[in-house]
Design a protein around this ligand. Structure first.
Ligand code: URA
Length: 229
């Protein structure tokens, strides 16, 4: 992380005030004065502002069982947000690693570790996401085959990547996709003439929603879960 960003996260200083402090030679790392705001810091360094040692808060990682009606945004004028569900200090440092639509439910990851969330959301990593999908109409086998092979979405040139699709009952399916296009699941089923009426995310990569979490609840991730990405 850049030194100016770090400083603004662990003090009351804004980014521009942090830059001024750094350029003024008031910040040292492991005993050496650093005057470059872009200098990269890691978790093992000791950073002083004047004589004061700055404590770096440990990165935070949570899974949330998102209820319907809550938006995956950090702020919203008219709806409750995922961050409103979390009773945590410094909420402004947290962000969402992979959003869900307002009417969708299930697993959402929240963190302040940008490198970690990048591993989850980066298109080049192809992190699989599994959803329980409830459809308005029964799906024909040839429509299911189209979804599995890759379907052309409206206004997009490239078809979707191959997906795993398993039938659970007449209108319920379990779908795993490895992309995160806009409203992707709803658009995939719309492309074969159906409609998603319920969408619940069960897992992201190796991480499965904790069955003990009721809708609206959250918990910190274990070290194993953090390391699994
Ligand atoms: N696909 C959708 O259509 N909506 C979501 O919230 C997630 C995936």
């Amino acid at each position: 992380m850049r030194l100016d960003r770090y400083l603004s996260q662990v003090t009351e200083l804004s980014r521009s005030e942090s830059r001024q402090m750094i350029r003024a030679g008031r910040v040292s790392i492991d005993g050496s004065v650093i005057t470059q705001p872009t200098h990269q810091v890691d978790s093992v360094t000791q950073i002083h502002l004047d004589e004061q040692l700055l404590e770096r808060p440990l990165p935070r990682y949570y899974m949330v069982n998102k209820p319907a009606g809550v938006v995956c945004a950090t702020r919203d004028p008219s709806h409750r947000t995922i961050l409103d569900l979390l009773d945590l200090g410094r909420p402004e440092t947290l962000h969402i690693a992979g959003r869900l639509d307002i009417d969708a439910t299930g697993l959402v990851l929240v963190t302040d570790d940008g490198q970690w969330s990048h591993r989850i959301t980066s298109p080049s990593r192809s992190c699989g996401k599994t959803y329980l999908v409830t459809l308005k109409h029964p799906l024909q086998q040839e429509q299911a085959a189209t979804i599995r092979q890759g379907v052309s979405l409206r206004n997009e040139e490239k078809p979707t990547r191959p997906a795993d699709l398993q039938q659970l009952d007449e209108t319920q399916w379990r779908l795993t996709i490895s992309e995160g296009r806009y409203h992707q699941v709803k658009r995939m089923f719309a492309a074969v003439g159906n409609r998603v009426v319920g969408l619940h995310r069960l897992s992201i990569g190796p991480l499965t929603l904790d069955e003990h979490l009721s809708a609206g609840d959250y918990r910190a991730l274990s070290q194993n879960e953090i390391d699994s990405f």
